[in-house]
Structures are given as C-alpha cells and as structure tokens.
Design a protein around this ligand. Structure first.
Ligand code: UGA
Length: 429
C-alpha cells in the first residue's frame, strides 16, 4: 500500500521506515531541506538505535523515499499521515499551526480519495479541524477520510515498539477507512482497537498522563520511604507484582522529562480546562515532578553542607538512556539549580553532549566518567546509561575530592557502594 508520512521527526521517521519494513511503499516528506538532504545521503538526523540500518535497507529495496514536496507525497499515496511537531506555546497549549498548514496543503494537493491520518499527539477534537481545513482547500470536492492513529513508541526502543506494539489504536469515521487501515497494519500482530476519532485522540493523552502519574506516585512515595527507613525498590516490587498495578514505570528517580510527558501533561490539563474540568490530579503530577528535580539540590546540601564553590560531576544528560534527546531533560533543571548555588559543573553523556552544549554552553564537558570524577566533591547520576553500570568504581572514587555519590536512578547496589567507601545515597532508599 502507498503511504505518505509528513514530518520526519522521531515519530514520522520511525513510523515511515517501519511501514516500509512491513512491505509498504513509503514517501517521507519534510519541509526541512537539511533533514531530507541527510536522509537522501543514507544518514539519519536523529539518534535511535537500529534505525539507520533499517532506513538503508528499505531505501535500497526501493520501498522508502524522501521528498520536500507534500504535493508529490500526497499524489503518490492512499494514506497521508500527519506526523509534524506540536511544540508547546508559552501557555503550555500545543501549537497546532503546522498541523493546519499541512492539512491545507493536503487539501490543495488531493486528486483522488485519501485517508488522512493523525499520527502527531494532538488534543481531542483536532481531527474535526483537520476535516474542516481539508474541505475548505480541496476545491474539487474530492472525497477523503480523516482517522486518528496515535503512536506509543518510546525513544530508544522505537522500532521494537512500532513493530511489536501492545496495541494499535485506530480512530475512524467510516467503514472504508477502517478496512484500509486494518489492511495497512495487517502484518503487525497486535490487538487492534477501533474507536471514533475523539476516543483515539484521548487514548494517547490519557496513556501518557497515566504513565506520568505512575512515575510521580512512586517519586512521592520515595520521600515517604526516605523518611520512614523503607526501600522504594522493594516497595515498587511489592506493589508492582499486583497485575492490576504493574511494575513498569514505577522506577523512582530524579523525575521524568523528554518531549512527550511534560508537554502532553500540560496540554491535557489545558484541554480539560477548556472542556470545563479542572484536572487537579494531573496538576499535582506535574508539581511533584518539578519538585523531584529540585530535591537533588536539597539532597546534596544534606551531604555536602555548603554548595558554594563545590565541584559537582554529572553522569548522563539526556532525558533517558539510548537517546541524544535533551528536550525537557531533568539534567537541565538540576544543573540550573546547582549553578544558582554557586557550584561548578563537569558533565559527561555518551551521546547527548553535542545537543547539551547548545543548551548549556557554560559547563565543562568531559570525555568520560573518570574525567567527571576528577576533584569532584560529589557525583550525581542523572541518566542510567548502561555504560555506567560497568564503571571501575574504585578508580572513580580515587579521583574524587570527596567520595559523595548521589544515584538519581538507583542504578547501583547501596551496600556495595558503601563497602567501596562511597558516601552513597539514592532516591527513596
Ligand atoms: C513516552 C511514552 O512512554 C510513549 O509510549 C509515547 O509514545 C511517547 O512518550 C510519546 O508520546 O511520543 P518517551 O518520552 O520516549 O516515551 O520516554 P519514556 O520511556 O516513557 O520515559 C519518559 C521519562 O520518564 C524519562 O525521563 C524517564 O527517565 C522517566 N521514567 C520512566 C521514570 O522516571 N521512571 C520510570 O519508571 C519510567
């Protein structure tokens, strides 16, 4: 089947490539000429494990093409997926102007029946607007359907999440769109949930909000654990083994980040407000998360007394491992707070340092964890990269000025760290 994917960000590029991988003919479109240039040269503009070989394989097989022209993409395809960015405005509301522009161009380009599918995360009722805009600019009155097919892939494991998902959600308005979408996804073995447009849109925001809520719940619980002498890891295991709760997304840490949870949470609170409901539960999820990042400073004060002129080493900068994505990364808030206290910062991340340099030009970037430890008064592990699991901890400690280790992701064994002579603390233990 013929697919046009508009937008080559994480969602668009991974989805387009995976549609090609399951045998469809895909044209990925982006108005960013630089990105399309990179893709045409057989490279990719983002870091995502396993994506590059998959892109190269499908380009060689002739199933994956790139273009800067929406017109070309739309005319060549039955499905037109919209996967453009919906960044937050200052108010926290998503900026949907790119979606509107794309819908207009689709309307103008259409010459025969199309199924226009929302893939970007959008507020409920966006589908209605997409329909209205296409109708206005599709002067020849060509028939089309609008559908919603939210994406649940995670950065770092995006390909697996796309090809082996827990479920596929298809929000449709007609039997024809439903049958065609089912055919498109036929090669993927997963439960397929058929809904109306609004429900599909809501499922995406509700899923991300629920997962954020789980994280804030466990982070709030981590404070109780610290004050009562309990261990959050055992508590998470104990509650997570109840199938109704589930162990996933119950890892206490320095807070959640990335371009999805913080943004979607804000957007969902905003949508609820517009619909006349004050979603206070989610406001609290947000507040707990912000507080959790700031608690790192408090914890360091408990360990080091005065922070002024202290040297703090940061391990990991990306918002989670296996990505170079720095958007809304907890490291940004933590480092900003630490700098306010007059500390100097040395940091290392296996892949995110190039992106971090643009956002934090005034900290020292190191070549590895041992350089970070050089003369450090404390180390804070912010992102749990696998690489850190294999550190020579004795060597790390020897390089430090004071052996204070704040494990923001509970990566290390508490007892072992103490035996090695670290003044060690985690989150909620
Ligand atoms: C998230 C969702 O998990 C995807 O299902 C969704 O498709 C995606 O957003 C999206 O809307 O596009 P992602 O942002 O890639 O995916 O990352 P997650 O793996 O969900 O992690 C988000 C944040 O939560 C990270 O900062 C991570 O460190 C934190 N986290 C996660 C915790 O602090 N504790 C946990 O137990 C799990």
């Amino acid at each position: 089947m013929k697919v046009c994917m508009i937008g080559t960000g994480y969602v668009g590029l991974v989805s387009g490539t995976c549609f090609a991988e399951i045998g469809h003919n895909v044209i990925c479109v982006d108005n960013d000429e630089r990105k399309i240039e990179i893709l045409k040269k057989g490279k990719i503009p983002i870091y995502e494990p396993g994506l590059l070989p998959l892109v190269q394989k499908n380009v060689s097989a002739g199933r994956l093409n790139f273009s800067t022209s929406i017109n070309e993409g739309v005319r060549a395809s039955l499905f037109v997926f919209i996967a453009v960015g919906t960044p937050p405005k200052e108010s926290g509301e998503p900026d949907l102007s790119s979606i509107e522009n794309v819908a207009r161009e689709i309307g103008e380009a259409m010459e025969d029946y199309k199924i226009v599918v929302e893939k970007s995360t959008v507020p409920v009722q966006t589908g209605k607007w997409i329909r209205t805009v296409i109708e206005r600019f599709n002067k020849k009155g060509i028939p089309f359907d609008v559908a919603s097919n939210p994406e649940f892939l995670r950065e770092g494991s995006a390909i697996n999440d796309f090809l082996r998902p827990d479920r596929i959600v298809l929000g449709v308005e007609t039997e024809k769109a439903k049958q065609k979408l089912l055919e498109l996804y036929e090669p993927i073995n997963a439960p397929k949930i058929i809904t109306d447009l609004a429900s599909a849109e809501l499922i995406k925001h509700a899923s991300n909000s629920f997962l954020s809520m789980k994280i804030s719940f466990i982070n709030a619980l981590s404070i109780i654990c610290e004050k009562s002498g309990a261990d959050i890891i055992k508590v998470a295991e104990g509650i997570g083994l109840d199938k109704r709760i589930g162990r996933d997304f119950l890892n206490a840490g320095v807070g959640f980040g990335g371009f999805c949870f913080p943004k979607d949470l804000k957007a969902f609170i905003g949508i609820a407000q517009k619909l006349g409901y004050d979603f206070r539960l989610l406001k609290e999820v947000e507040r707990i998360n912000e507080e959790q990042m700031r608690r790192v400073v408090k914890k360091l004060e408990d360990l080091l007394w005065n922070l002024k002129d202290k040297q703090i080493g940061i391990l990991g900068l990306s918002f989670k491992p296996n990505t170079d994505d720095m958007r809304f990364a907890p490291s940004l808030t933590i480092i900003a707070e630490l700098k306010k206290q007059g500390t100097t910062i040395r940091a290392y991340d296996p892949v995110a340092m190039e992106n971090a340099k643009g956002l934090m030009p005034d900290i020292t970037y190191c070549n590895n964890a041992y350089e970070v430890a050089e003369n450090a008064d404390a180390i804070v592990l912010v992102t749990e990269w696998d690489e850190f699991k294999n550190l020579d901890l004795k060597k790390l400690k020897q390089k430090m000025h004071q052996p204070v280790f704040l494990d923001g992701r509970n990566m290390f064994d508490k007892q072992k760290m103490k035996e090695l002579g670290f003044i060690y603390t985690g989150i909620g233990r």
